[in-house]
Design a protein around this ligand. Structure first.
Ligand SMILES: NC(=O)c1ccc[n+]([C@@H]2O[C@H](COP(=O)([O-])OP(=O)(O)OC[C@H]3O[C@@H](n4cnc5c(N)ncnc54)[C@H](OP(=O)(O)O)[C@@H]3O)[C@@H](O)[C@H]2O)c1
Length: 307
């Protein structure tokens, strides 16, 4: 098998695409022949070394948190999947940029047949993040107003659709070129953050999903209704600012969860959820990470393991 190998923390440079022995699935694991690997901001955050204090890695390592592909072998005691099954999942914090991976079955679900494996490879991390933000942390309800910052990216594209499915009114921030895209996904109002300070254009909301952080997060308190919630997987909201406006702030890290992923797969199967992907060859993972670092990907960037 082949995998992208990174020898040192830093910028996306000096990646090696090298031949390695195939991994062997252990108890409760399967071997997956990878069709595609999703690219996520966490990949360059891990690479930068910023997370090494709490996620120590043995170097060299293979980046990548999610894949889609075909089950090629079963480890001991696996009953959930058979050889030949098409699966996808948020497999771990690293390891996905490879032509073969081993993954625990409790991190996988059957791939919806309506999605190609390449499209599916971009789904797990962003869809689970959006799902957990909206349903576990913000307890979204029909009729609520939700402001989503960074709405045109991977997590945002899922969150706009999931909030719409939950019966909420969605307000999104994005640059002008992404407004039609977001309206089609279900946003009722889209604000060009380059031209209009969102706090001058938004009626009070029940929830802010902050996918940008920094000043965007700080300015969001002013648009929250008392009792509202600001959820951010980017950075912890300030408790004093939350208290000052009678709101709650929540920060979280996404968990892999096969039951939630099965539910998400069902929403793709019925066509209620969709994903836009841009595809690059796995061998060009370095360029893909640089593109992700620019922070203007619409939908999702995925790596084709056959190229
Ligand atoms: N803690 C966790 O477990 C966890 C899990 C998942 C994600 N995250 C974090 O959540 C963030 C979003 O992830 P992602 O995968 O959705 O990222 P992404 O796909 O790279 O997001 C790119 C999008 O951000 C938009 N954007 C950039 N600057 C913006 C601004 N100032 N205002 C509004 N939109 C802006 C861009 O839209 P335009 O081109 O229109 O500007 C682009 O579509 C990242 O920081 C990621 O690390 C954390």
């Amino acid at each position: 098998m082949k995998a992208i190998r990174v020898a040192q923390y830093g910028q996306p440079e000096g990646f090696v695409f090298e031949e390695l022995p195939s991994p062997v699935p252990g108890k409760g694991e399967v071997l997956i022949e990878v069709a595609g690997s999703g690219v996520n901001p966490v990949d360059w955050k891990v690479l930068s070394g910023a997370m090494k204090a709490f996620i120590p890695l043995q170097l060299p390592y293979t980046p990548g948190v999610e894949v889609a592909g075909r089950v090629a072998a079963l480890g001991e005691a696996v009953t959930e999947f058979s050889v030949g099954d098409e699966v996808f999942g948020f497999i771990d914090i690293v390891g996905g940029y490879a032509t073969e991976v081993v993954a625990s079955v409790d991190r996988l679900a059957h791939r919806p047949s309506r999605l190609s494996a390449l499209h599916a490879s971009g789904v797990p991390a962003v869809a689970l993040t959006a799902w957990q933000a909206l349903h576990e942390h913000a307890h979204i309800k029909a009729g609520q107003r939700v402001l989503i910052h960074g709405a045109a990216g991977g997590v945002g594209s899922m969150a706009v659709q999931m909030a719409r499915i939950a019966g909420a009114t969605v307000i999104a921030t994005a640059s002008k070129g992404n407004h039609d895209y977001l309206s089609k996904l279900g946003a009722s109002q889209v604000i060009d953050y380059n031209l209009t300070p969102f706090e001058t254009a938004v009626e009070p909301v029940d929830m802010v999903l902050d996918l940008v952080g920094g000043d965007t997060q700080t300015r969001s308190w002013s648009v929250l209704k008392p009792g509202g919630v600001l959820v951010s997987p980017v950075s912890p909201p300030d408790a004093k600012q939350a208290e000052a406006v009678g709101a709650t702030g929540k920060h979280f890290a996404t968990r892999s969860n096969s039951q939630q992923l099965q539910h998400i797969a069902a929403l793709f199967e019925t066509g209620e959820l969709a994903i836009d992907v841009q595809v690059l060859p796995l061998s060009q993972a370095e360029g893909a990470l640089r593109k992700s670092l620019d922070r203007h990907i619409r939908g999702k960037l995925v790596l084709d393991a056959s190229l």
